[in-house]
Design a protein. Structure first.
Length: 331
C-alpha cells in the first residue's frame, strides 16, 4: 500500500530508520518546506465502535495535507503514528489502506511511520492516530494572506460532512439519545448512522493547488475546529474582517440534526463544526468567475458566502449575518 503512493522525489519504501525525499527530482528550484501534523480526535472512538477503520485513515491525511495547501504548498510526503494496546492487524491494515488512498489522491508519498504497542496505556481494542505531512512551495509563491484587502470576495467550498472536529460533542449527543451506530441515520435513512458520521474529511489538495497555481487566490483557510469564526481570522491582515451570510450555502442535514437533537446554540455550532464549508478561498471581485470555474472543474461545490471589510480594532474579525440559522438560537 505504501509503494502505491510513490511519486517523483520518493519511492515510498518502508523499513529504514528514516525516509528520504529528493526535492530536485520533484521539480523544485528554490523551495520552502512547510510542515503540519494533526490527528482525528475522538472520531476514532466511533470508528472503533463501528468497525470502520479506513475512513479515519483518510481523515488523518486530509487534516494534515489540507493545512499545507492553504499555504500554497504541495504535499510531498506523509508519516503516520499508530498507537494501540496490542496490534490488531486487520484494523491497522484498514487504517493504512485509508492513509494510502488519501496519499494517492493528494499525490503525497507515504514514506514511513511508527506502530506502538502500549498495553496499560490503551484499553484492549483501542488505538489512536497522529499524522505528519511535509510540503513545499517555491519561494515567493507562498500564501500568507497579505494580499487580502477590503472588497475581496469570500468563497466557501462544501464539506463532505463533519470532517474530523466536534466528535466529543457528537458522542455526547449520541449517548444522550441512546442511539446505536448500526441504526439508520435519522437525517439519511439510506445509510447507517455510523457510516454517515464517519464520512471522511474532504481532500482539497488537487483543486486548491490548481487554483493557487492559476493565480488570483489571496488566501485559503481550512475550516476545522473553531469553525469560520476562529479559522478565517488566521489568514486576514490586520485591519480587515469578514462579513459572512450564513444563508448563502446549503448545509448537510447532519448539522441541523445535531443542533436540534443536542439543543446546540448557533454560536456553539459555528465554533465547533464546519457547518457545511470545509475550505474558504478569498479572491478579488474580478477573479471570482475564474476562481469559481477552476474549483468547480475540479469537483468542488463553491458558494459566494461573503466579503472582506475594513475592521476597527474592537470589532469582531468575522461577523456572520443570519447566525441563528446555524443552530437552536442566535446566542
Amino acid at each position: 500500500m505504501a509503494r502505491s503512493t510513490a511519486r517523483p522525489g520518493a519511492g515510498a519504501a518502508l523499513g529504514g530508520f528514516g525516509g528520504f525525499f529528493d526535492l530536485k527530482a520533484a521539480g523544485y528550484k528554490d523551495p520552502l518546506l512547510v510542515a503540519a501534523n494533526d490527528g482525528v480526535g475522538t472520531k476514532v472512538k466511533l470508528a472503533i465502535e463501528a468497525g470502520n477503520h479506513d475512513s479515519v485513515g483518510i481523515d488523518l491525511v486530509a487534516m494534515c495535507v489540507n493545512d499545507l495547501v492553504v499555504q500554497g504548498a504541495e504535499p510531498l510526503f506523509f508519516l503516520d503514528y499508530y498507537a494501540t494496546a496490542k496490534l490488531e492487524v486487520a484494523a491497522a491494515r484498514s487504517v493504512v489502506a485509508g492513509i494510502a488512498a488519501a496519499c494517492r489522491e493528494s499525490n503525497c508519498a507515504l514514506i514511513g511511520g511508527e506502530t506502538a504497542e502500549m498495553p496499560g496505556l490503551y484499553a484492549p481494542g483501542d488505538y489512536d492516530l497522529a499524522g505528519f505531512a511535509v510540503g513545499a512551495v517555491e519561494r515567493g509563491e507562498a500564501l500568507s494572506g497579505e494580499r487580502v484587502a477590503p472588497g475581496d470576495i469570500v468563497l466557501g467550498l462544501a464539506s463532505s460532512g463533519l470532517h474530523s472536529n466536534g466528535f466529543s460533542l457528537v458522542r455526547r449527543i449520541l449517548a444522550d439519545l441512546g442511539l446505536n451506530l448500526a441504526d439508520p441515520a435519522p437525517f439519511d435513512s439510506s445509510r447507517s448512522l455510523g457510516d454517515a458520521l464517519l464520512t471522511p474529511t474532504r481532500l482539497y489538495v488537487a483543486s486548491c493547488l490548481a487554483a493557487c497555481r492559476a493565480g488570483h487566490i489571496g488566501a485559503l483557510a481550512h475550516i476545522t475546529g473553531g469553525g469560520l469564526i476562529e479559522n478565517l481570522p488566521r489568514v486576514l491582515p490586520a485591519g480587515t474582517g469578514a462579513r459572512i451570510d450564513a444563508q448563502s450555502w446549503p448545509r448537510p442535514l447532519v448539522f441541523d440534526w445535531l443542533a436540534r437533537s443536542g439543543g446546540v446554540p448557533a454560536a456553539d455550532m459555528a465554533r465547533t463544526f464546519n457547518c457545511g464549508l470545509g475550505m474558504v478561498a478569498i479572491c478579488p471581485p474580478d477573479a471570482v468567475e475564474q476562481v469559481t470555474g477552476g474549483l468547480t472543474a475540479h469537483g468542488e461545490a463553491v458558494y459566494r458566502i461573503g466579503r472582506i471589510v475594513a475592521r476597527a480594532p474592537e470589532a469582531p474579525a468575522v461577523e456572520i449575518d443570519g447566525l441563528e440559522t446555524l443552530g437552536m438560537s442566535g446566542t
